[in-house]
Design a protein around this ligand. Structure first.
Ligand SMILES: C[S@@+](CC[C@H](N)C(=O)[O-])C[C@H]1O[C@@H](n2cnc3c(N)ncnc32)[C@H](O)[C@@H]1O
Length: 285
């Protein structure tokens, strides 16, 4: 994220040094210590209210020091099932559309409309190393191809059906499939996965969403042909992972086939209390 001199001098220290003549010690201590970068847009999360008058200066300092950044925004929260972020411009060009590259995949994205978590990069890498030749994937929460597009690009024998309910995300999904030249292997489906998930087709189903319901889980089970994997994502209280495993075990009891919890992986730390976990479920029909 941060390059060259900024790597050596951490963001908070840089901001403190740059703003020490303007802020008192209390405010210097509240300066942010990190941001994520999507394409050429730096995204801060929740800069302290008390620093409101200094946000544009913070943004200008980042643009001056981080060669990959041309735009700086603040993201306050995401809401609704579509995970639409609330984005406020802080500094640089007034745009929210950019082109992001990860694992050879190019993502066109509007950061004001769609979330793409850099924290999920490890999970994308795990999937690339795990999926075998000739697999058929169903990505039930495709968004703009976040999890499944890098997989399809990484192996020319893999095919994917990607389902997305949100019009805006679906438009970018189509654009990204074309941009990455996988139109013959990535099949986008626009709609609610509760009634658009294809049956008996997949070796692997990706469920990258928090708050999956039972109907969606059963659709994932139906999507598997013979034997395969469901990667089920969940936000979990860090000190109560047992409770989440129990919830998964109860869900497995409602399945029609034999499904075993094979592995549990931490995708990322989500908040001081919550972790983003992925449960690998092995299905045998
Ligand atoms: C948080 S994004 C996750 C993207 C990606 N799976 C990942 O893990 O990085 C969830 C996406 O699922 C979509 N979504 C939510 N409910 C859906 C449903 N019932 N059917 C299809 N897509 C849905 C949202 O519009 C959003 O684009």
């Amino acid at each position: 994220m941060l390059e060259d001199s900024l790597d050596l001098m951490k963001l908070k220290e840089l901001l403190q040094t740059s703003l020490e003549d303007k802020l008192d010690n209390k405010l210097l201590d509240k300066l942010p210590s990190g941001y994520s970068v999507i394409g050429d847009i730096a995204i801060f999360r929740h800069i302290s209210q008390e620093l409101s008058d200094y946000k544009s200066q913070i943004g200008e300092i980042v643009i001056y020091n981080d060669p990959q950044v041309n735009v700086v925004v603040e993201q306050l929260s995401t809401n609704t099932i579509y995970r639409k972020p609330q984005i406020y411009h802080i500094a640089g060009e007034k745009r929210t559309i950019t082109k992001h590259k990860e694992y050879d995949a190019i993502f066109h994205i509007d950061v004001a409309k769609i979330t793409l978590s850099p924290g999920n990069k490890g999970e994308r890498g795990f999937l690339i190393n795990t999926v075998q030749d000739n697999e058929i994937l169903v990505d039930m929460f495709a968004c703009i191809g976040n999890l499944s597009l890098p997989l399809v690009i990484s192996n020319p024998s893999i095919k994917c059906y990607g389902i997305e309910i949100n019009d805006e995300a679906f438009k970018f999904l189509i654009k990204n499939i074309k941009e990455n030249q996988v139109v013959d292997r990535y099949f986008p489906i626009h709609g609610d996965n509760r009634n658009t998930t294809p049956n008996s087709i997949a070796t692997r189903v990706l469920m990258g969403y928090f708050g999956i319901d039972k109907q969606q889980f059963l659709r994932a089970e139906d999507a598997i042909k013979g034997e395969g994997w469901i990667h089920y994502h969940e936000l979990v209280e860090r000190d109560n992972i047992k409770k989440s495993k129990k919830k998964i075990q109860d869900l497995l009891k409602s399945a029609n086939s034999e499904i075993k919890l094979d592995d549990t992986r931490i995708v990322k730390k989500y908040s001081p209390r919550l972790s983003h976990l992925c449960f690998d479920l092995h299905v045998i029909k």
